[in-house]
Design a protein around this ligand. Structure first.
Ligand SMILES: [Zn+2]
Length: 183
């Protein structure tokens, strides 16, 4: 950040009074511009024991397979964000079954949340950000072409839980460069 979004003057990095972290502070109007982690919300969409994955039509990870997910917008809930992303990327309407996986990714200041979901009518397609969408059997997951570590982690958890016929809520983290699970 270089300029204040309130008044347009320059910002500087300093620790505001009563705080203990460096923040961007406007040199003119003294507005403190806090920066906090962003939430990525998505689904694990299932239809007849198969998982719906989308192949990315955008960078990063163009051409790789992903669960439908994206940045939460203002004024929506995490469930709404997950439903919206699934509709946008996979043209699929889903019934949310429950929270499934929360993964903190502190080195990029993100929290990824995935909900278990069922396709409403088995219909899906490719939204603007996807080259294609496809249902994969649990033994067909393209592990070498999965887009992001949080998607891979969530799919691994899902396969294990599916075999055990028991779905919990999984809280974990992925830390750069080692993938460390705190479960
Ligand atoms: Zn300002």
């Amino acid at each position: 950040m270089k300029y204040c979004s309130t008044c347009g003057h320059q910002v500087e990095q300093r620790i505001p009074e009563g705080d203990n972290r460096h923040r961007y502070v406007c040199v003119s109007c003294n507005t403190i511009h806090y920066q906090n982690p962003r939430i990525v919300a998505g689904t694990v969409p299932v239809w007849e024991d198969r998982i719906l994955l989308c192949r990315r039509a955008i960078e990063p990870r163009y051409g790789y397979w992903t669960l439908p997910a994206g940045f939460m917008e203002n004024a929506e809930t995490t469930v709404e964000a997950a439903e919206r992303e699934t509709l946008e990327e996979a043209l699929a309407e889903v019934i949310i079954e429950g929270l499934y996986s929360i993964i903190d990714v502190p080195h990029i200041d993100q929290v990824h949340m995935f909900y278990r979901a069922t396709l409403k009518d088995g219909q899906f397609g490719a939204g603007e950000e996807s080259l294609e969408s496809r249902l994969f059997g649990l033994d067909e997951i393209p592990w070498d072409e999965i887009s992001f570590p949080t998607v891979k982690r969530t799919l691994e958890l899902f396969l294990t839980d599916f075999k055990n016929e028991s779905f919990g809520v999984h809280v974990s983290d992925i830390r750069h460069p080692m993938e460390k699970n705190r479960e």
